[in-house]
Design a protein around this ligand. Structure first.
Ligand code: ATP
Ligand code: MG
Length: 426
């Protein structure tokens, strides 16, 4: 629903303003993702008024002043004006405020410290509109103080700059740089990872990652990124130059769902780099070494297990499709290794090689239209009078090898292969 229509329906709330990212996005000419409102009413009052006006109201974060109101089943957050009483590097003790200006004063960047009332009138005490016009990201008030109040803002600065293509104002950037060494000791790792997830959604995520690298935050999170801007690669494959630049180009080319894969696919290059007399490094086995590093990184960043498992596979296999004219057997074996991660692998592969010319030289193989999971199962052997035991797995393996080698899917033929495997091994 249009924000004006929503504000109309919420007009029973005193001093109602649209705030934060929604105002910024409207002024940028974008459609805001969610509409957040501020009011002078304390949360209990918001709850009471909403119910009196027939709206469903959920006390989603009353201690922070937030009530969620449902209009046509769509949630809108309404938060009481707040002011900081005390801040502790990430957390703050807040009190309810009386005026929208107090509420705007505790917001981090000028472009997000603008409020709009139901009549479209803008409250913009920090020149946020001017900064939007100029494409500038600037802290509200004293940047050093703002970053020390809440170190997450250092990371948010990079994310907003990357998302909107804004320049970080020099004093704000200098203060972010000065605060950077402290960031990871104050901010929970889940929050940091969530910033990556958000930065991967839109804009130019490479700018976000490069910013974290320039502030030496990325290397603290993932030590394998250390000095990757110095690792020159074979110009034949990598005209873009160093490992970091390559990785960042892949991150931008990748679709949002595949950006963690892009970020980590060459994570083994640092540890496998060998200087060549030609003037660049080779990275023999980097995909295997990288895959072995992934679980540690995933644990450190608290990535979901499902993502971790997929990252291990895509990192390990991202070089294999380079095989020129792979045989159908090689393709089936490869598909079997990739398992359910084949679509992710293909997407990563295409983003990885996206700049190569001619494009035909970097085409992913056509998957074979046959099952690549074992067709012959233990129960088939039992049905044929075999008893589970030490020969069992050898027979199943022989059948599976034959299946992948030849594309055979008929049970009887695979059973013959299993019997042969038994004879051969004995
Ligand atoms: P997006 O939701 O697209 O990431 P946003 O600007 O809406 O961007 P939110 O995190 O949703 O960001 O926060 C909404 C608003 O609350 C921000 O625009 C900002 O004014 C304020 N805000 C959020 N987090 C902080 C923070 N850590 N310090 C100060 N102000 C903040
Ligand atoms: Mg938001």
């Amino acid at each position: 629903m249009d924000y004006r229509a929503v504000m109309q329906k919420l007009s029973f709330l005193p001093d109602l303003y649209l705030v934060g990212g929604a105002v910024r996005d409207i002024l940028l000419g974008l459609t805001p993702e969610d509409l957040d409102f501020a009011t002078s009413a304390p949360p209990e009052e918001t709850l009471r008024l909403a119910q009196a006006h027939g709206l469903e109201a959920i006390p989603t974060g009353v201690e922070h002043g937030t009530v969620t109101l449902l209009i046509d089943r769509h949630p809108y957050e309404v938060t009481t004006f707040r002011r900081d009483v005390e801040t502790f590097g990430r957390k703050a003790r807040v009190a309810w405020g009386q005026h929208i200006e107090e509420d705007l004063a505790r917001r981090d960047f000028t472009i997000g410290a603008i409020a709009m009332d139901a009549g479209g009138r803008v409250i913009d005490p920090y020149g946020g509109q001017q900064d939007i016009e100029a494409g500038v990201l600037r802290a509200v008030g004293d940047p050093g103080q703002r970053f020390r109040e809440d170190y997450l803002r250092v990371i948010r600065a990079g994310r907003f700059a990357a998302r909107y293509g804004f320049q970080i104002e020099p004093k704000t950037l200098a203060a972010a740089r000065a605060a950077a060494p402290e960031v990871l000791s104050h901010v929970a790792i889940e929050r940091v990872t969530a910033e990556f997830d958000k930065a991967f959604q839109n804009g130019t995520p490479s700018r976000f990652v490069r910013y974290l690298y320039d502030l030496e935050i990325l290397q603290r999170l993932i030590p394998e990124f250390e000095d990757t801007h110095l690792l020159l690669q074979n110009p034949r494959w990598h005209p873009e130059g160093d490992v970091l630049t390559h990785v960042l180009e892949v991150v931008d080319r990748a679709s949002p769902q595949i950006r963690w894969h892009a970020l980590l696919h060459d994570i083994g290059k640092k540890d496998t780099a060998r200087w060549k007399p030609e003037g660049w490094y080779s990275f023999h086995g980097h995909e295997r070494v990288g895959a072995a590093i992934i679980p540690r990184i995933a644990r450190a960043l608290r990535l979901p297990n499902q993502l971790r498992d997929e990252l291990v596979v895509t990192t390990a296999l991202h070089m294999v499709p380079v095989l020129t004219r792979p045989t159908p057997a090689a393709i089936r074996k490869f598909q079997a290794q990739a398992g359910p991660h084949l679509p992710a692998l293909k997407a990563l592969y295409e983003a990885d090689g996206g700049a190569r010319r001619p494009p035909e030289s970097w085409r992913f193989f056509e998957p074979q239209p046959v099952p690549v999971r074992p067709v012959l199962q233990g129960r088939h052997l039992i049905e044929r009078g075999h008893k589970p035991g030490k020969d069992f797995s050898r027979m199943l393996q022989a059948a599976y090898d034959w299946q992948l080698e030849t594309g055979e899917t008929e049970i009887e033929k695979l059973y013959q292969a299993a019997l042969k495997g038994l004879l051969k091994e004995n």
